[in-house]
Design a binder for this molecule. Structure first.
Ligand code: HEC
Length: 400
């Protein structure tokens, strides 16, 4: 019996290990300008859509029980991604299923909106390894373009028109007067929530507000889902492109109180620009498949006590000692997993609530640098590390 079980298990591991990274997206070269392109542009009709898998991000747990409960059983989502480029700009379209259209209202602080983000790798002296998927890391910046579905929000625009900054329910207007009031608010309002951020590790997310990051994003709701588009320069102060542009995609579900880290996230995906030579190094890093033995890695993981700190699969109890690894194989590259074992402090996932769990901080600060609480496993031999990496790659939720 035990033997049968083991072989079923290793078969399962072998199958999921075969599910390697998502295939590269091919960006079609077009002659028309992509400046300000939206989902209804005819240019998309020629683009080929590729599947990209988005996993529930479980590295960080939010300090919001209701939201955590709503998302506890989450599965991975499939998105369809297409790309175009015109020599100067790159444009991406992301289509994903979402049965409820959630738009952030102007005066409600307890509702959340649907949204999406596209992340690019920022320029560094050394292009590899790629930055940490959600936030970048020291010396390895990311640029994040975020678009949320928002209703008209009146934002004080410096014209001292204070009477329209009042919740409509608290005005003494009704009938036509209230309609006129709503129309005025809408005309003054900012309707588009489009932001660009840069980050070099957790707690360093900074919005770029000086106009140096140009982009144009929009969201359109259709039958059971969203189409989001983004266009941005191929080269600017933040990114330098060659034949392969690494991107990562995230989506938020407002109906499940999704916000901040509570999202579905892809691993790095390669976008190859048609007619240009792909960047072999970057492509290699993104699509690398571990040559380790996942079944042996599962054993090595137990022998080395990884599960003493980490939740490994959804069946294991949750842990406050370290991030859950139950989806880590979905949104991490092989290179990142290898580095996490050999150099735990290269990227430090900070933990969501140091005050609530002050006895189990995920890092300490030494000479201004964050040092991971994880054991340094650089003593492990290469083969064991590869086996563990191969097993970690199998840790991911099924697609819904
Ligand atoms: C003493 C507790 C402890 C042990 C034992 C431990 N880890 Fe960790 N691990 C952590 C902590 C804390 C973090 C978060 C800080 C950081 O990013 O280094 C972490 C982070 C990670 C990450 C990055 C997770 C992410 O979401 O990006 C991976 C992967 C990982 N560990 C794998 C392992 C493996 C594999 C082993 C066993 C060989 C192991 N850990 C053993 C505490 C531990």
């Amino acid at each position: 019996m035990k033997k049968i079980l083991t072989s079923i298990l290793s078969l399962g591991l072998a199958c999921s290990a075969a599910l390697a990274a998502d295939a590269p997206v091919n960006a079609l070269k077009v002659t028309d300008s992509l400046d300000g392109i939206t989902a209804d542009s005819a240019l998309w009709s020629k683009a080929k859509f590729s599947e990209v898998t988005l996993y529930p991000q479980t590295a960080l747990k939010m300090n919001d029980k209701k939201a955590n409960d709503m998302n506890a059983a989450d599965k991975a989502k499939k998105a369809e991604v297409a790309a175009l480029y015109d020599g100067k700009n790159i444009a991406l379209m992301v289509k994903w299923a979402d049965g409820t259209k959630n738009i952030q209202g102007s005066y409600s602080s307890d509702t959340y909106s649907d949204g999406f983000a596209v992340q690019f790798a920022g320029t560094t002296k050394k292009a590899e390894p790629l930055p940490y998927i959600g936030m970048g890391s020291e010396g390895r910046p990311v640029i994040v373009h975020l678009q949320k579905a928002t209703a008209s929000v009146y934002e004080p625009n410096g014209n001292k028109d204070v009477e329209t900054q009042v919740n409509r329910n608290q005005t003494n207007l009704f009938g036509q007067e209230l309609k006129d009031y709503d129309a005025k608010v809408a005309s003054l309002a900012k309707t588009d929530y489009e932001r660009v951020f840069t980050a070099q590790g957790f707690r360093s997310l900074t919005e770029i507000k000086d106009g140096s990051a140009k982009s144009s994003a929009s969201m359109t709701y259709g039958t059971n889902g969203w189409s989001g588009t983004l266009s941005r320069p191929l080269n600017d102060d933040y990114i330098k492109s060659n034949g392969t542009v690494p991107v990562a995609i995230a989506v938020w579900d407002g109906s499940k109180n999704g916000r901040d880290g509570l999202k579905n996230l892809s691993s790095w995906v390669a976008v190859n620009l048609e007619g240009m030579k792909p960047d072999a190094k970057r492509l290699g890093e993104i699509t690398e498949v571990s040559k380790g033995d996942a079944a042996k890695g599962k054993e090595a993981l137990a022998t080395n006590g990884c599960n003493g700190c980490h939740q490994i699969t959804a069946e294991d109890p949750a842990s406050v000692m370290a991030p859950s690894l139950k989806n880590v194989g979905g949104y991490s590259t092989v290179a990142y997993l290898r580095e996490s074992i050999l150099k735990p402090s290269a990227v430090v996932v900070p933990g969501y609530n140091r005050n609530a769990h002050s006895n189990t901080p995920w890092y300490t600060i030494e000479k201004g640098k964050r040092i991971s609480a994880m054991t340094d496993y650089s003593f492990l031999d290469k083969k064991t590390v590869e086996d563990i990496v191969a097993y970690l790659k199998t840790l991911k939720a099924e697609v819904e």
